[in-house]
Design a binder for this molecule. Structure first.
Ligand SMILES: C[S@@+](CC[C@H](N)C(=O)[O-])C[C@H]1O[C@@H](n2cnc3c(N)ncnc32)[C@H](O)[C@@H]1O
Length: 290
């Protein structure tokens, strides 16, 4: 009933004021949550309110203010690191059949024979390893002289450590066919470890896409990536911060380079002067400015 008497603008203003309070409380423990999207923050907030059995925002804010541990739990609830091998099948099919073969062909006739890839929010590494499998498989039937390097980064050091280890449960391998499991993993008891010959092409490091000092992963030295995968993180942020990330990865793209986003993030790129190279694939190129 309360909501029925309010205009949409009034409700948004209330939400923004309430979130300002939440942002200030979280800053007490050094957590900057001001970049997060308003709807995402509200959903996470409502979830914690239910889990802590608080009756309303106000009661939960008092708990947060007094309780360090709850502030840590709320901050954790904002970190989603869900990842799968070959997560979006259409994206990876287009990479396998169209984008990577054409890049390999292009590099074959170019002076610079290295394909450069950046997995910009790699979580526990599945995205980078999936891409490496594709390049390796295509290279085998093609030209071994072509080199490739994948720079895989994430803001979370725990995720980057997991990615470096490359150890996965059987359940994590669900999207992989048996041939790939045999070719790219070694089984140890109940777990599967990525083989070193795949790992050696990937450089894992911690990198925050909001870093004001660094424009690309330092290990890559100069960026110039043929392919950047920046998937399933844009939607957590407010539009002005999505823009910061898109501009940062866009500046690191080589001429005619490709930018990959998650399937629910395609609209965001379309608003930023990018064109999807294959419908629904989430694979984009920058529109040349007229
Ligand atoms: C849901 S996972 C997506 C993993 C993978 N890219 C995929 O599409 O499945 C989101 C990842 O983005 C990372 N992330 C969020 N904000 C980031 C930032 N500002 N800089 C770097 N990584 C970030 C998180 O740590 C998390 O591992």
């Amino acid at each position: 009933m309360y909501y029925l008497n309010k205009t949409k603008e009034e409700l948004i203003n209330e939400l923004q004021e309430s979130q300002q309070e939440l942002i200030s409380i979280m800053a007490l423990s050094g957590n900057d949550i001001s970049k997060y999207d308003i709807t995402f923050l509200n959903k996470s907030l409502q979830k914690r309110i239910t889990e802590t059995h608080c009756s309303a925002d106000g009661e939960y804010y008092s708990l947060l203010e007094l309780n360090n541990n709850e502030r840590d739990l709320f901050a954790d609830s904002l970190h989603n690191s869900y990842n799968e091998f070959f997560r979006n099948p259409l994206t990876f099919a287009v990479l396998e059949r169209i984008i990577l073969p054409s890049l390999l062909l292009k590099k074959k006739t170019s002076k610079n024979k290295e394909i450069r890839i950046w997995s910009a929010a790699c979580a526990a590494g599945q995205e980078a390893y999936s891409t490496a499998m594709l390049v390796e498989e295509l290279r085998n039937g093609n030209d071994k002289k072509l080199n490739y390097r994948i720079f895989a980064t994430d803001q979370c050091d725990l995720q980057v450590n997991e990615a470096r280890k490359g150890i996965y449960s059987a359940a994590a391998l669900n999207n992989l066919n048996l041939k790939r499991v045999k070719q790219w993993f070694t089984k140890h008891g109940d777990t599967y470890t990525i083989k070193p010959e795949l790992q050696e092409h990937i450089d894992f490091s911690v990198f925050d896409l909001f870093s004001e000092h660094l424009s690309a992963p330092p290990a890559s030295i100069f960026g110039d990536f043929d392919l950047v995968i920046c998937a399933n993180l844009l939607f957590y942020y407010k539009p002005e911060f999505q823009k910061v990330i898109i501009e940062k990865v866009g500046k690191c793209l080589a001429n005619n380079g490709y930018l990959v986003v998650g399937e629910t993030e395609r609209d965001i790129l379309m608003k930023h002067n990018y064109i999807e190279v294959f419908q629904q694939s989430g694979i984009f190129q920058k529109l040349a400015r007229g």
